[in-house]
Each structure stands twice: as structure tokens, then as C-alpha cells.
Ligand binder design. Structure first.
Ligand SMILES: C[S@@+](CC[C@H](N)C(=O)[O-])C[C@H]1O[C@@H](n2cnc3c(N)ncnc32)[C@H](O)[C@@H]1O
Length: 217
């Protein structure tokens, strides 16, 4: 697998298209706000934040957000928008590849959010390491809310196979699909609060995803 190519592809996609996933926050972002507020979360981290449609929502809602993505162009766009909207005190944006861990101290955050990051070109052993890193930086009782495309998705098993449950989609992104059993296997060390299937209609395709909510014991 050519990992550099995927990063370059995200960079050029974000450079050529402001709001690749649409101008509004995602439905999962709104659900996260509700869940995090109900559970008294203030300090959150978003992994694979893209162009920041959800990070900006979290900052507007008063959370303190650390937003990480390996696309420099995505991170620069978030910084500019946050500055224009005077939200910069609530959001720290960092260009960072999460395969090398999460650059934060142990037990320092209340919640972690990632919408369609684990469903990228990541091997299961890399996802397992990132989830372990999430557990390390979460405080006891902290939440990890993430989404992944599942094996009921129309693109599951289509296009060139890239290893494990990964296939390349028509616009060149490598997508990792998750049967429910894989999510359960990866939740080692967490309590599974729920796994819920939903449709995400945001562009460029309607996708079938699982929303996964994990809690650090
Ligand atoms: C499907 S997009 C979702 C973006 C954003 N969460 C949203 O829903 O608008 C996946 C994002 O993960 C980022 N990404 C993929 N692999 C990464 C890695 N190893 N480290 C950090 N970011 C990564 C990509 O740059 C891209 O922005």
C-alpha cells in the first residue's frame, strides 16, 4: 500500500475543494455534542478532522478541542476559519499522523471523536494501537466516539482490493470496511456502550456506517 499517496490525495482534494464533505457539521457531530455534554466532557480531541466541519461545531459549542489530521491543507483551512470566527481560543489544530500515537499526556482528555478516520487506509494492528493510545489519553470514564463504514455499505468489496477489508473507491481513496465482529475485537480494554448503524448522506456518496461509543473503565 502506498500510504504517502493517500495523504497527498487528501491534501490535493482539500486544496481544490473547500467543504469536500459539505458546509454543515455532520449528523454524528451533532450527536457527539449531545453525548459529550450529557457526560460532562469539556476537553476533547478530534482525530482525522479533515477540513473541520465538526471541530468548528465543537469549538462553537464551547468545548476545548485539539484537532489532528495528517493533511496540512485541511489543518490550515481550519486555522484560518477559526481565526476569522474568533474561535481560535477553543481550538488547537495540529498536522499529525495518528499512526505515531496521540501527542498528549496520559488521562488528559474527557472524550475522543473521529468520524471516518479508522475507515481509512489503516491496518487493523495500526487501528488497535491508535485505540490503545486513545485509552491512554482519556481520563477514567472518558468516552471514545467513532464512526466507520461497515460491510453493508454499497462500496464494500468493490474496486481494487488493498489488503484486509480495504478496497479503493472510484475516486481513489482506500476505504477500510468493518463487520461488527471486528469492532468488538478492537474494543479491548473498553466498555462498549453501543454500536449503532446509520446512513451518512454527506457528499460525495451516501455511506453505511457504524457509530461506536466506547468508555474507558
Ligand atoms: C473520510 S475523511 C473524514 C474527515 C472528517 N472527519 C469529516 O468527517 O469531515 C478522513 C480524514 O482522515 C485523515 N487521515 C487519514 N489517515 C490519517 C492518519 N494516519 N493520521 C491523521 N489523519 C489521517 C484524512 O486526511 C482525512 O481528513
Amino acid at each position: 500500500m502506498d500510504e504517502i499517496d493517500q495523504r497527498k490525495q487528501w491534501d490535493s482534494t482539500y486544496t481544490s475543494k473547500a467543504d469536500f464533505f459539505g458546509q454543515q457539521p455532520s449528523d454524528l457531530g451533532y450527536r457527539a455534542v449531545e453525548i459529550f455534554k450529557k457526560n460532562g466532557c469539556h476537553r476533547i480531541v478530534e482525530l482525522g478532522c479533515g477540513q473541520g466541519r465538526d471541530s468548528m461545531l465543537f469549538a462553537r459549542e464551547g468545548f476545548k478541542v485539539t484537532a489532528l489530521d495528517y493533511s496540512e491543507s485541511g489543518i490550515c483551512q481550519i486555522r484560518e476559519r477559526a481565526c476569522k470566527l474568533c474561535l481560535d481560543p477553543n481550538i488547537e489544530c495540529v498536522v499529525h499522523d495518528v499512526r505515531s500515537g496521540i501527542p498528549l499526556p496520559d488521562a488528559s482528555v474527557d472524550a475522543i471523536y473521529s468520524h471516518m478516520l479508522f475507515t481509512m487506509e489503516l491496518w487493523e494492528k495500526e487501528i488497535s494501537f491508535i485505540l490503545e493510545e486513545c485509552r491512554r489519553v482519556l481520563r477514567p470514564g472518558g468516552l471514545n466516539l467513532y464512526s466507520v463504514r461497515n460491510d453493508h455499505d454499497p462500496h464494500f468489496g468493490k474496486g481494487p482490493h488493498k489488503g484486509e477489508d480495504m478496497w479503493q473507491n472510484p475516486i481513489g481513496f482506500v476505504v477500510h470496511f468493518f463487520p461488527e465482529e471486528k469492532i468488538r475485537r478492537l474494543a479491548k480494554g473498553y466498555e462498549i456502550v453501543h454500536i449503532r448503524e446509520f446512513d451518512d448522506p454527506s457528499p460525495p456518496f451516501t455511506k453505511k456506517l457504524y457509530e461506536v461509543l466506547l468508555k474507558k473503565a
